[in-house]
Write a protein that binds this ligand. Structure first.
Ligand code: PEP
Ligand code: MN
Length: 337
């Protein structure tokens, strides 16, 4: 429920109402605005009905949030959320490109790639230290050593770093080394992990599960926000369909849908979305055109020897060309690169 207070309601009036909401066993939310204070009450709406807040002299209106997800919905928060990625704002006027290798393989590989993507205009870098692979025999990532390399390179090159966290036990370790957590497609509904990340304030890039509906992605994001972390970036990375010509089917419908239903920023990963290097650039441009706030792109200093996802990783010069080609698309979308 969204409870809009009258303009003359004071902070102590709001506190009294919040206490009443809490005493009824509902989760109270305080959202002060420049003209009006808005309160939220999350939980069983039948219980809220028994409070009869609509009759309170300082309450202007009481509106139910119809969406099943509450905190992530635009009904609850009409304005776009800006997520601060260690000094880089995602969701605002600037279109943010995050680029780097699928996996951290060595210091040299990470550093060379990071320098190249920074020179081409990336605002943040990526690199997995913990890799959830389809096969147990594939490279699983360097683990803590990978995090240390990523952290060192991020500091040397001057880019915030994004890296995947695959389990609850690793959260503190990843938090100590990265500027944002990435939750992979295979973990989108790992609710214990989502709740744990909700207790942090580090941004979370939440990737859509490969067999998840967009509403499932929003419900997964709700787990993180409901624990108190508002810094969530949604990521469309392609889904499984009957189509096998490409690794996944990048669902661009999801972008305007997510932007309409939620205030959270949305980034697109055309690398996993297509699985084919040549298709990354056209789908990246399409993502800009349909309203994405940024891109997550795999780039490797030498994709021919990459330990994971080489076939979809861009060569540094291809990434630099893509960044040049993106400019008019970003300008047409009314943003800056
Ligand atoms: C990745 O970003 O390298 C990755 C494993 O992505 P996803 O979880 O989308 O498959
Ligand atoms: Mn990958």
């Amino acid at each position: 429920m969204i409870i809009v207070l009258r303009p003359d309601a004071t902070k102590s009036d709001a506190d009294a109402l919040l206490d009443k909401i809490e005493a009824a066993g509902l989760k109270p939310l305080y959202m002060p605005g420049s003209e009006r204070t808005v309160l939220g009450a999350l939980g069983d709406e039948r219980v809220l009905g028994t409070l009869h807040l609509e009759n309170h002299p300082l309450v202007e209106s009481v509106t139910p949030v119809l969406a099943p997800y509450k905190l992530v919905s635009r009904e609850m928060r009409p304005h776009d959320t800006l997520v601060d990625l260690n000094g880089v704002t995602v969701g605002g006027e600037q279109f943010v490109v995050i680029a780097g290798p699928c996996a951290v393989e060595s210091y040299e590989q990470t550093r060379t790639t990071a320098e190249a993507v920074k020179a081409a205009g990336a605002r943040a870098m990526r690199g997995g230290a913990y890799k959830p692979r389809t096969s147990p025999y594939s490279f699983q990532g360097l683990g803590e050593e990978g995090l240390e390399i990523l952290d060192r390179v991020a500091g040397e090159v001057g880019l915030p770093a994004v890296t995947e966290v695959v389990e609850v036990a690793d959260v503190e370790q990843v938090e100590a080394h990265a500027s944002a957590f990435q939750v992979g497609a295979r973990n989108m509904q790992n609710f214990r992990l989502l709740k744990k990340l909700g207790q942090s304030r580090l941004p979370v890039i939440l990737k859509r599960g490969m067999a998840a509906k967009v509403d499932d992605l929003l419900m997964a994001a709700e787990y993180i926000l409901s624990e108190g972390n508002p810094n969530v970036i949604l990521c469309e990375r392609g889904i499984k369909t009957f189509e096998t010509a490409t690794r996944n089917t990048l669902d661009l419908n999801a972008i305007p849908y997510l932007k309409a239903k939620s205030h959270l920023p949305v980034v697109v990963d055309p690398s996993h979305g297509t699985g084919i290097r040549e298709f990354v650039a056209p789908m990246a441009k399409a993502a800009v055109a349909c309203g994405a706030d940024g891109l997550l792109i795999e780039v490797h200093c030498d994709p021919s020897v990459a330990l994971s996802d080489g076939q979809q990783s861009l060569y540094p010069e291809q990434f630099a060309q893509l960044m040049r080609e993106l400019e008019p698309f970003v300008a047409a979308a009314g943003r800056t690169l």
